[in-house]
Design a protein around this ligand. Structure first.
Ligand code: C2E
Ligand code: MG
Ligand code: MG
Length: 641
């Protein structure tokens, strides 16, 4: 009965070990705190075992006195080693995110002093019997200072308390919780033991403390982000879904840290992790009464109860001010480049997943506008719905799913005939209306669905040219995103598709917008040269929208430059504004390039552009984009080169 505490302690330690080793790969790859935790378990078990051994010795006959003294002294020493190890573990956890090492040094010195003091007591006990002694009948007797060990434990606890109070601004949430649970347990057990000296509770106290520590730090904690210890993404959705179900008024802030990549690169990953931790920590402290979540990577979310508009404005003001001020991390001040999406629930939301999609969409819109704060309004929700619809529509690209290719003839000014045309995709709605490519092409590019669109256009165009003898002299330009040109297998597929249709490659032109990536320049050049050798020609589309550099233009094998509508329309106010068009046209002619003006809407513009030396015209002034049926009639009525 006396040793029930020890048996209990051993049982608890075994259970902890089973759980602890269950989700670890091995001691070798364990974190420093994991290893220290093993030491805590080991010394706790040792305390209990030695206590049991000393008890067994007492039951035996004729055991030499020195053996009793040795085992009992060992018990006192192991006891203090065990409490010191636990205290050390607590110090490392409290100071985990404190970068001054001074406090850790002081804590270690404090522990060492207490340890040496107690060790001296144990040694002196051999002569003085202050802690314990054996009487003539070889029975264990408590000395007058038997409880000094508890005083030392309380002193260690005091050190932990001071350390926590000094560094509480950096201590994590689990740390706070662990201390709150631990502080009442230890003194309570000590009091029980002092009032019932026959029950030995030392091992038991330590095993209880180990359990608290395990649950707080070492156990696999579900629903918590491992790096920042905030609630994770899964909990976010559970929380939002439950608030939607209960029709509670709430608001969400979604925060994305945009400069994290450069912070990581500049200061290293350890700093990066710490930065995220500090950010999470400060965020949690900032918005009282809210729930914070670490969604993934650099995205955080905060859910708050929504009360009044004024409160919501104040709260978003506080959040933005905090973000503007930046955060301190490892004694350095770091700016936060952020985007905040603010969502106020209005009772119309259906699921957390859909709500989150709306917020992400609102956030993505800030990229073009360089905004840092955006309110996710009903309008944005409608847009997201539209996005979702379009994303589904572009999953399958064929005629049955409403895709059509229209063509817009391009006129040649020198001959007055139609020499080429541009293939433009269209998407038909079930009600017969058309969705503009300007709406779904950027989406297809973003979501990686552009490739089937291009191949659909290429195949439709090849079919048209193959079966339309009256278009024999017309070439067709096809829009192609630069990324796709660099895709593996693009060149052979294009060559074989065109050749199989029996079409001369020089009747197919590829149009690129100006966004030629400089870092893929070499690759781009090689692929274009290969296609050029096969006979394909290239258009540079939308020239004048701001991305190209002349350096690129000079080196890439373009045949034709299309001046963007914006450039062409800059001349709308009078002939003098056409100077830029004239200068560019002359320059491109010197470079042996053909110049096409796009978006030409009036005959007056045609005349003015002709005066500037532009070679070809594409625009409503000559012809609108049209489906194949109209195109064939168009070419019957209009001269082909
Ligand atoms: P883009 O390649 O610059 O095509 C020219 C756009 O200008 C076409 O719009 C055309 O209808 C329009 N346009 C032609 N003449 C005039 C005019 O006189 N006035 C005005 N206001 N507009 C004129 P569309 O067909 O809506 O296409 C928009 C953009 O979508 C295209 O710009 C192109 O970037 C993209 N796109 C269209 N079809 C495809 C395709 O098959 N593949 C890819 N990757 N992109 C495509
Ligand atoms: Mg184009
Ligand atoms: Mg264009």
């Amino acid at each position: 009965m006396n040793f029930i505490g020890d048996y209990f302690a051993l049982g608890l330690v075994i259970v902890l070990c089973v759980f602890f080793f269950d989700n670890k790969t091995g001691i070798r790859y364990m974190s420093a705190s994991g290893k220290l935790f093993i030491c805590c378990l080991f010394t706790t078990a040792l305390t209990a075992v030695i206590d049991l051994m000393s008890g067994q010795l007492l039951d035996l006959q004729d055991v030499a006195l020195w053996k009793h003294m040795l085992v009992n002294s060992l018990y006192f020493v192991v006891n203090i080693i065990s409490t010191s190890t636990i205290a050390l573990y607590l110090f490392t956890k409290i100071l985990e995110h404190t970068y001054s090492r001074r406090c850790m040094r002081n804590a270690c010195i404090g522990l060492a002093v207490l340890f040496v003091l107690y060790l001296a007591f144990v040694v002196m006990n051999l002569w003085t019997g202050w802690l314990f002694y054996f009487d003539e009948a070889n029975n264990y007797c408590r000395g007058p200072l038997n409880g000094v060990g508890y005083l030392i434990t309380l002193a260690q606890l005091g050190l932990v308390g001071i350390c926590y109070l000094r560094n509480r601004q950096n201590a994590s949430r689990p740390m706070r919780r662990a201390l709150l649970q631990m502080f009442p347990i230890i003194p309570l057990c000590i009091i029980i033991q002092r009032t019932n000296p026959e029950i030995m509770l030392n091992g038991f106290i330590m095993a209880l403390v180990d359990t608290v520590l395990f649950l707080s730090f070492q156990g696999q904690r579900q629903g918590v982000h491992t790096l920042t210890e905030l609630n994770d993404r899964r909990r976010f959705f559970t929380e939002v879904d439950s608030r939607i179900a209960k029709k509670e008024p709430f608001q969400i802030f979604l925060i994305n840290i945009k400069n994290f990549g450069s912070i990581n690169q500049k200061h290293g990953h350890v700093f990066g992790d710490e930065y995220l931790y500090q950010f999470a920590f400060s965020l949690e402290k900032l918005l009282k009464g809210s729930l914070s979540f670490h969604m993934n990577g650099t995205v955080f979310a905060v859910i708050q109860r929504y009360t009044y508009q004024n409160d919501a404005d104040r709260q978003s003001g506080e959040l933005l001010e905090f973000l503007e001020n930046g955060i301190s991390c490892m004694d350095q001040h770091v700016d936060v480049d952020y985007v905040v999406v603010h969502y106020v629930a209005d009772g119309l939301e259906t699921t957390g997943a859909e709500l989150y999609e709306n917020m992400e969409y609102a956030g993505s819109k800030t990229h073009d506008r360089k905004q840092r704060y955006v309110r996710c309004t009903g309008e944005i929700r409608e847009e997201t719905g539209r996005h979702r619809y379009l994303r589904e529509r572009i999953q399958t690209v064929d005629r049955q799913h409403g895709f059509e290719v229209w063509y817009q003839p391009i006129g040649c000014l020198s001959t007055g005939k139609f020499c080429s045309m541009e293939a433009l995709i269209r998407l038909r709605e079930p009600d017969g209306s058309l969705i503009s490519p300007a709406e779904f092409i950027p989406l297809a590019e973003q979501t990686g669905h552009i490739s089937p669109i291009t191949w659909f256009v290429v195949e439709e165009t090849c079919r048209l040219l193959k079966y339309s003898p009256n278009l024999d002299h017309v070439s067709v330009s096809i829009n192609l995103p630069m990324d796709q040109l660099l895709e593996k297998g693009f060149v052979p597929r294009l060559v074989s598709t065109v050749k199989q249709a029996g079409i001369e490659p020089n009747r197919i032109c590829l149009e690129f917008t100006e966004r030629i990536m400089l870092d893929t320049f070499r690759q781009t050049l090689e692929v274009m040269q290969r296609l050029n050798q096969e006979g394909f020609r290239f258009y540079l589309d939308d020239f004048g929208t701001g991305y190209s550099t002349f350096n690129c233009l000079l080196q890439l094998p373009f045949r034709i430059i299309k001046l963007d509508t914006a450039l062409v329309h800059s001349g709308r106010n009078g002939a003098t504004d056409y100077r830029l068009v004239r200068t560019l046209t002359k320059l491109f002619h010197d470079m042996d390039l053909i110049v096409v003006a796009e978006g030409v809407e009036t005959q007056e513009e045609v005349r003015l552009l002709q005066e500037q030396g532009v070679d070809r015209i594409q625009g409503y002034a000559l012809a609108r984009p049209m489906p194949v049926s109209d195109l064939l009639t168009f070419y019957q009525k209009n001269p082909v080169e």
